[in-house]
Design a protein around this ligand. Structure first.
Ligand code: BDR
Ligand code: CA
Length: 313
C-alpha cells in the first residue's frame, strides 16, 4: 500500500524536482503539498506550488496549502541558487490562482482525517508550518506517523552561514519547536545531502520534450547548473530535497543514529545552528533519528531513475 505523505515545500528548484519525483512514485500517495516561505517569499512559494501542480497535472491532485509570513520575517532567500522567482525564472503560468487554506490548517486536517500514525510529513523547507500546525492542534505531534526533515548539520558546517543550514536558519524558533515536539522525527542533514552532486549529463537523459515532466525539468534544471557553476565553480548541482525524499522511498539506502538535537535561536554567529549532544554520556534525551551515512551511488541511481523514467503523459 502506498505511504500517505504531505510534502511541505519552499520551491525552490530542488523542492520542485523532489515534488516531481514524489508525484510519480507509486510508493507514495501525496495527500497534500503545502507551501512555506524560504527559497522565495511565502506568496511566491504558494504561487509556485500551484504552478508546479498545474504543470505536472498528476492523475490525483493533492490538496494545496498557502504559506504565510514567519513571525520574524525571512532573514534570507535562495535567489542566488534558485533565481528571483524560486524556479530559475521558469515563468510557469498559473491558470487560476485558487483561494487556498493556510498550510498549517491543511496539515492538521489531513493528519486528523487519515488517522493516528497514518501520515508522514516530509519537510523540504523551513519548519514554520509544522510548528504552527503543532501549536494549532497540540495532539498532532502524536498523531503524525513520522516527520522527515531536510535540514541542519551534525558535524559539518552550514551553507547559509558558517554555522547554519538554510532551512533551519530561515526560522530557527519554529525549528526548535519541532525538534522539541513529541513527534517521531528523522533528520536528513546537510552532511549527508552534500555528498550527492548530479552532473550535467542528466540534461541529456531527461524524458522527451513532448512529455509534461520532460518540459518541466528542462525549464528548471539548466538555470540550476548555471547558478552552481557561477556561485561555487561546481560542474554539477546539489539536490538536497531529492535526497530527503529518497530517504522516505528507499530507507534501506540510509544509515541513521538516534540523537539528541536542538536549535540555537539567538547566537550572534550561531543562530540557526543545529546542536547535538554527542558526549560520551549525553545529558539530553534522544529525540530524533539522524541520517549519518548512505549508499551514495545507489541514492544517485534512485534519483536518476526517478527523473529519467518518470511519467510519459
Ligand atoms: C535546503 O535549502 C534550500 O535552499 C534547499 O531547497 C534545501 O531545502 C538546503 O540547505
Ligand atoms: Ca527546500
Amino acid at each position: 500500500m502506498a505511504r500517505k505523505v504531505i510534502l511541505d515545500v519552499d520551491p525552490g528548484i530542488d523542492d520542485a524536482v523532489a515534488l516531481c519525483m514524489a508525484l510519480s512514485d507509486p510508493r507514495l500517495e501525496v495527500l497534500a503539498v503545502t507551501a512555506v516561505g524560504g527559497n522565495c517569499s511565502p506568496a511566491q512559494a504558494t504561487r509556485n506550488v500551484q504552478a508546479i501542480i498545474e504543470e505536472l497535472d498528476p492523475p490525483r491532485w493533492p490538496r494545496l496549502g498557502a504559506a504565510s509570513a514567519p513571525d520574524d520575517g525571512l532573514p534570507v532567500d535562495g535567489r542566488h541558487l534558485c533565481g528571483v522567482d524560486g524556479l530559475g525564472g521558469a515563468d510557469f503560468d498559473v491558470a487560476e490562482l485558487h483561494h487556498l487554506h493556510p498550510s498549517e490548517k491543511v496539515i492538521c486536517d489531513q493528519v486528523r482525517a487519515a488517522g493516528e500514525g497514518a501520515v508522514t510529513i516530509i519537510t523540504l523547507g523551513p519548519l514554520t508550518n509544522i510548528a504552527r500546525a503543532f501549536q494549532r492542534d497540540p495532539e498532532l505531534p502524536s498523531l503524525v506517523g513520522q516527520v522527515v526533515m531536510m535540514g541542519g548539520s551534525v558535524t559539518g558546517s552550514g551553507n547559509i552561514t558558517p554555522a547554519a543550514e538554510f532551512n533551519i536558519y530561515c526560522d530557527p524558533r519554529c525549528a526548535r519547536a519541532v525538534f522539541r515536539s513529541h513527534s517521531t522525527k528523522t533528520l536528513i542533514p546537510l552532511d549527508v545531502t552534500n555528498r550527492i552532486v548530479l552532473s550535467y549529463d542528466l540534461l541529456g537523459r531527461l524524458p522527451d520534450q513532448s512529455t509534461k515532466v520532460g518540459r518541466f525539468l528542462r525549464k528548471l534544471l539548466p538555470p540550476a547548473f548555471r547558478n552552481y557553476r557561477q556561485q561555487f565553480g561546481l560542474e554539477g548541482i546539489h539536490v538536497h530535497d531529492t535526497v530527503a525524499l529518497t530517504a522516505v522511498t528507499h530507507p534501506e539506502l540510509f544509515t541513521t543514529e538516534e540523537m539528541a538535537g536542538d536549535v540555537e535561536t539567538s547566537g550572534e554567529l550561531t543562530t540557526g545552528m543545529t546542536i547535538f549532544d554527542r558526549r560520551r554520556v549525553p545529558a539530553w534525551r534522544h529525540n530524533m533519528e539522524v541520517a549519518v551515512d548512505m549508499r551514495a551511488d545507489q541514492v544517485i541511481d534512485a534519483i536518476l531513475r526517478s527523473l529519467t523514467g518518470v511519467g510519459s503523459g
